[in-house]
Design a protein around this ligand. Structure first.
Ligand code: DAH
Length: 346
C-alpha cells in the first residue's frame, strides 16, 4: 500500500509538466483523483490492511491526497496564467493601473455650482459659508421674518429636539435649532463678522418639509448672493443677475423681475429666466428664485447704518438652473444616483 501511494505521487509529478492545456489538465487529474482514478483504487486496498496498520496507512493516504492537491493547484495556476496572457496580449504589465473606460466625474449639481461660483468670482464675489444646522435667529429673526410667518411653521421647517446641542452653533435659551430653510442665513453671519463693503456668494444645502415630487425635494441646494456698499441700487442687482444668467445659459437668455414680497428685502422681486434651453422642457419662462434690496431692518440687526449703506441680495435653487441648462424635467434624478443619468455629465 505504501509503495502504491508513493508510485502514484511520483507518476503525477512526472506526468504533470507535459500537461499544458485545460482539457489535458482535467483529463490527467481525473485519471488520478477522479471517481475511477488510481487514488480511489488504492484506497479500496484499505479493506485488506490489518487493524493495527490502519491509522498509519490512513495518514499516508491523507498525505498523498494533499501532495496531489498541491501539484494540481500549481499546474492549474500556470495554465491560467498562460491563458490570461493569451487573452490580454504579451504586453501586460500587471503593475500598471487597469485601463478604466468610465472614470468618475463631478455630480451635475456640483458642476453647475462650480460654474456659478466661477462666474461670480470673476466679478469680485467671494464664497462665504454657514452651518446647515441653524437657529431661529439666523434663519428668521435677523432676516426680519415675523414670529407668525408661515415659513416658521412646523409643517415647513425641520426643527431639532429641544435638548439637542451643537458645539459650533450657539443658541439663546428660548430658541430652537433647525435645519436651515435657505442660505440667506449666511448673509447675517457674514455681516455680523465684517463691515461693509460685502460681496459674497454662499452655495449650500437647505431643507424644507416638502413632500418629494418632480419639482420638490426635502433637501436641495441654493446659492445666496449679497452685495452691500454705498450707493448700491436695483440697477446693480438687475445687471449682476443678467450677467450671471447670460453666462450660464447663453447670450440670448433673458431675465425678468416680478414684484414680490420677502421679509428681508424691500423692494422684493421674483426673477424668471427665459432661454432656448427651456424649449427642451416645453416652457418659455421659469422662476429661479428671489431677490431685492436689503431691508433696513436687516441692516439694523447686524448694526449696519441703513442711511449710509444699501445692498442687494438674491437666492435661487441650483437644481432649477441645472434643470434648465440640461433640459431635466424631474428634480429626483439628481438624488437617485442612477449611473445612466450621472454618466451623461462626464
Ligand atoms: N430665501 C429665499 C428663498 O429661499 C430666496 C431669496 C429671496 C433670497 C430674496 C434672497 C432674497 O437673498 O433677497 O426662497
Amino acid at each position: 500500500m505504501e509503495d502504491t501511494l508513493k508510485a502514484l505521487v511520483s507518476e503525477v509529478e512526472e506526468g504533470i509538466p507535459s500537461v499544458q492545456s485545460r482539457p489535458d489538465f482535467e483529463a490527467f487529474k481525473a485519471r488520478f483523483v477522479g471517481p475511477n482514478g488510481s487514488l480511489k483504487e488504492a484506497m479500496r486496498g484499505m479493506a485488506q490492511v490489518s487493524k493495527e496498520d490502519k491509522p498509519r496507512i490512513g495518514k499516508l493516504i491523507n498525505e498523498a491526497k494533499k501532495a496531489l492537491e498541491a501539484i494540481f493547484q500549481s499546474a492549474l495556476d500556470s495554465i491560467e496564467a498562460v491563458e490570461l496572457k493569451a487573452r490580454l496580449g504579451e504586453a501586460v504589465d500587471p503593475s500598471l493601473p487597469s485601463p478604466d473606460p468610465e472614470p468618475g466625474n463631478l455630480h451635475p449639481l456640483t458642476q453647475v455650482r462650480n460654474e456659478i461660483v466661477q462666474i461670480l468670482k470673476s466679478v469680485g464675489f467671494v464664497v462665504a459659508e454657514g452651518p446647515e444646522v441653524e437657529t431661529e435667529y439666523f434663519c428668521f429673526d435677523a432676516l426680519n421674518t415675523p414670529k407668525d410667518h408661515p415659513a416658521r411653521d412646523l409643517q415647513d421647517t425641520f426643527y431639532l429636539p429641544e435638548d439637542a446641542t451643537f458645539g459650533n452653533v450657539s443658541k439663546q435659551a428660548d430658541e430652537r435649532y433647525l435645519l436651515r430653510t435657505h442660505t440667506s442665513t449666511v448673509q447675517i453671519r457674514t455681516m455680523l463678522k465684517q463691515d461693509p463693503p460685502v460681496r459674497i456668494i454662499s452655495p449650500g444645502r437647505c431643507f424644507r418639509r416638502d413632500s418629494t415630487d418632480a419639482t420638490h425635494s426635502a433637501s436641495f441646494t441654493q446659492v445666496e448672493g449679497l452685495y452691500v456698499d454705498k450707493g448700491v441700487t436695483v440697477m446693480d442687482l438687475k445687471a449682476i443677475l443678467d450677467f450671471l444668467l447670460k453666462s450660464l445659459l447663453g447670450q440670448e437668455a433673458k431675465t425678468r423681475f416680478r414684484p414680490h414680497f420677502f421679509p428681508y428685502t424691500e423692494p422684493s422681486f421674483e426673477m424668471d429666466a427665459s432661454s432656448a434651453h427651456l424649449a427642451k422642457v416645453g416652457k418659455e419662462w421659469v422662476e429661479l428664485g428671489g431677490c431685492g434690496m436689503v431691508d433696513p431692518n436687516v441692516f439694523k440687526a447686524v448694526d449696519y447704518d441703513p442711511q449710509v449703506y444699501s445692498g442687494y441680495a438674491f437666492g435661487f435653487g441650483i437644481e432649477r438652473i441645472a434643470m434648465i441648462m440640461y433640459g431635466i424635467d424631474d428634480i429626483r434624478y439628481f438624488y437617485q444616483n442612477d449611473y445612466r443619468f450621472l454618466k451623461q455629465f462626464i
